[in-house]
Ligand binder design. Structure first.
Ligand code: GLN
Length: 494
């Protein structure tokens, strides 16, 4: 195996025992990026020089005996998380030349650990999308088959992690953007409980829904990475002051007697048979691990897409009002007065999907419509929250699909936003309610692309999710999906 193919925990051991150093690891990743990036387009910025510097620093740290879990590990960062002195584009023309003046809190934490930032990853523009096709910098391809989407909006993070262009990555999840691309690319992705991870330095899409989270190749890496970025931050007013558990400590604990709920509303019309088969296999494995699986109900599920597509665009329209060409970002070149400057800057700077969301949001917030749309959606949101509260009185974990359909071909749904929105149905409820959710690979589609399953947990109970996922990960080793890298070599070299 090449160095870039290993997990965080394996590389940590090798670094600690001094069998390898961070510089050679980082070089191995950078060289692999050179080979595969022309096919994948997972990066917006590759931070070659600074990454090599950081690797040397990490090696010094290790030499002096100071090594923690992420020291010297090359990580990819979704391009809406600020790294000081590096561009943060949000995959938008409007921020194409914006350089972050400060580090996000998660970046500060990773710096303290001595991690290496390998680059900024592609995404849907302003994280609006489910396929990474709305990026101003062009679509990212799925490393399993280059004709297919990697999912979105953190498609760059998922593709890069799956293909070995970084060891793990950070994504953000407003309605499924960590979990769904993780599922489509065959990796593990976790959206933490709202408030677990600081949003300071994350460019806002919908502030009451956004969370940063880890995207990794296995469950242990996910636990390690989550622990490193979690914790209270006074600079984020929605951050919650709670102890951060040692997440990887409970991995390997039995799940005998654990109560697993299967929400019946998640298995209706439109669910692809390959997705159903994948869930059925997970249920069988959970039962054989001693868990108690029972059907439950989340009665307001039919409203989640409507509620999300009112609340998220409403918040986005307010958050994106700051891009006006005055203070920073793109400004139109020819305008005769302020009004025209604002208008042209935004029309030229934003892509079609972002403009659609801003229009939807301003409409539902406007006088005369506010009560009918935004207020109503907020009321139904409370009902959704209550659904989960009741479910978690009866169960410890919920098992659901991630997406009703496996990865589809690039371009297939670009002109059909409504169908695209509907594919978010199984992931957005976790954001509307704030509960944590994890996606892990558990099957494959007829076209040979990965299909994930979702584990949803109670507030701040990422531990139970992770230990369940870990047991399933061991269990599923009795079936295999085509090896990531051999598959890559077939598609990547054409
Ligand atoms: N697909 C959803 C949307 O387009 C979710 C995006 C996200 O989680 N950032 O809004």
């Amino acid at each position: 195996m090449k160095l870039y193919q290993h997990s965080i925990h394996k590389l940590h051991k090798l670094l600690k025992s001094k069998d390898i150093n961070s510089l050679e690891l980082t070089k191995s990743v950078l060289q692999h990026i050179e080979e595969v990036e022309p096919y994948l387009n997972a990066f917006i910025t590759i931070m070659k020089e600074t990454a090599l510097e950081q690797a040397k620093e990490a090696d010094k740290k290790i030499a002096s005996g100071k090594i923690s879990a992420l020291t010297g590990i090359p990580l990819g960062i979704k391009d809406l998380i600020c790294i000081k002195g590096v561009s943060t584009t949000c995959a938008s023309k409007i921020l194409e030349n914006f350089i972050s003046p400060y580090d996000a809190t998660v970046i500060e934490k990773l710096r303290q650990e001595g991690a290496v930032f390998i680059g900024k990853l592609n995404m849907d523009e302003f994280a609006m999308g489910s396929s990474t096709e709305t990026s101003y910098f062009g679509p990212t391809k799925n490393p399993w088959n280059l004709d297919y989407i990697p999912g979105g909006s953190s498609g760059g993070s998922a593709a890069a992690t799956a293909a070995g262009e970084c060891i793990a990555s950070l994504g953000s999840d407003t309605g499924g953007s960590i979990r769904q691309p993780a599922s489509h690319c065959g990796i593990v992705g976790l959206k933490p409980t709202y408030g677990r991870v600081s949003r300071y330095g994350l460019v806002a899409f919908a502030s009451s829904l956004d969370q940063i989270g880890p995207m990794t190749r296995d469950v242990r890496d996910c636990s390690i990475f989550l622990e490193a970025i979690s914790g209270y931050d006074r600079r984020d007013s929605t951050s919650v002051s709670k102890d951060v558990p040692h997440f990887s400590a409970s991995l390997g604990e039995e799940i005998k007697g654990l109560r697993i709920g299967i929400p019946q509303e998640y298995f209706g019309k439109g669910l692809d048979p390959d997705v159903q088969t994948t869930i059925d296999r997970a249920i069988r494995d959970l039962v054989s691990l001693g868990a108690r699986v029972e059907e439950i109900s989340l009665p307001h599920t039919e409203y989640v897409v409507a509620v999300y597509y009112i609340i998220a665009p409403a918040e986005a329209s307010s958050n994106l009002a700051r891009y006006d060409g005055v203070k920073y970002g793109y400004r139109t070149e020819n305008s005769k007065d302020l009004a025209e400057m604002l208008n042209k800057t935004r029309t030229e700077g934003f892509g079609k999907e972002v403009i659609r969301r801003i229009m939807l949001g301003t409409y539902s917030l406007s006088a005369g419509y506010y009560d009918a749309y935004y207020k109503k959606a907020s009321q139904v949101r409370t009902l959704l929250i209550n659904d989960f509260k009741e479910a978690f009185d009866k169960c410890d974990i919920l098992l659901t699909p991630i997406s009703p359909i496996p990865p589809f071909k690039i371009g297939e749904k670009m002109n059909d936003p409504l169908t695209m929105y509907l594919t978010d149905i199984y992931t957005i409820a976790a954001n509307l309610s704030g509960i944590p959710g994890l996606s892990m690979p558990y099957g494959k589609s007829k076209a040979g692309l990965p299909i994930g399953i979702q584990l949803l947990g109670n507030y701040f109970d990422e531990e139970t999710i992770l230990k369940t996922a870990f047991m399933l990960e061991q269990e599923k080793s009795n079936w295999t999906i085509d090896c990531l890298y051999s598959k890559y070599e077939k598609t990547g070299t054409k």
